[in-house]
Ligand binder design. Structure first.
Ligand SMILES: C[S@@+](CC[C@H](N)C(=O)[O-])C[C@H]1O[C@@H](n2cnc3c(N)ncnc32)[C@H](O)[C@@H]1O
Length: 210
């Protein structure tokens, strides 16, 4: 990325953070759909079946999944851009650290498994690549990694939405599923790909190579 690109990326990230700080202040992200809860339970079963228990949630929001993992007996921690989400998570009795998913403040091989749902479409190409590399760096070899995001019809399809939180906007970049899958296969063993339709949501079941 050029210097100018980095500045645009920083401005976009600051605006995205503003959106999610406002969302955290409003407290509107307070429940998950049944299908998402079912996915989390299936992931938890896989983590346990592997004899693993430490899970990292990248882009954890207010810690709904982190709390769910903890209730199901896993040791879970989240990372999120919005400090307000860290406070909401703390009120749920779980930890979400304020940090960027593209630079996770933990040592290598520190977690057994990782999960990132509805986050990667907020990242530009450089941040997406850095985040996938971070997932590989922090997750022990063989660890399951589940990623969920909305796919797009063409490369570079990006927009901002300003409907959910009045006065705030957030960046979305939907990438075609084949392009996303190639990025994943460069780093992980992709074991399964679920397409939830409607609304057209992709869930990738990956594993960090041994
Ligand atoms: C659509 S919400 C999803 C939250 C949660 N994963 C869920 O599924 O309910 C996206 C979350 O990603 C976080 N996020 C976006 N970009 C991020 C970044 N670069 N670093 C850390 N968190 C980020 C936002 O703050 C927000 O909480």
């Amino acid at each position: 990325m050029t210097g100018g690109g980095a500045e645009i990326g920083a401005a976009r990230r600051a605006r995205l953070r503003g959106f999610y700080e406002a969302e955290a202040a409003a407290g509107t992200r307070d429940r998950l759909p049944d299908r998402r809860i079912d996915l989390r339970r299936r992931f938890t079963e896989r983590v346990r079946a592997d004899g693993r228990h430490r899970v990292l949630d990248l882009g954890a929001g207010p810690g709904l999944d982190v709390a769910g993992f903890a209730e199901d007996g896993l040791v879970a921690v989240g990372v999120d851009l919005a400090v307000g989400n860290g406070h909401l998570a703390r009120s749920r009795g779980v930890t979400v650290v304020a940090a960027d998913v593209a630079a996770v403040p933990v040592f290598d091989d520190v977690v057994d498994a990782a999960w990132s749902l509805s986050v990667l479409m907020h990242l530009d190409d450089a941040a997406l690549v850095a985040t996938l590399d971070e997932l590989v760096r922090v997750t022990r070899s063989g660890g399951p990694v589940v990623l969920g995001l909305w796919p797009g019809g063409r490369d570079g399809e990006a927009w901002t939405d300003d409907e959910t939180i009045p006065g705030e906007r957030r960046y979305f970049e939907r990438r075609p599923a084949p392009a996303m899958r190639r990025l994943l296969e460069d780093r992980f063993v992709v074991e399964d790909h679920e397409r939830w339709d409607p609304p057209g949501y992709d869930v990738y079941w990956c594993r960090v190579p041994d």
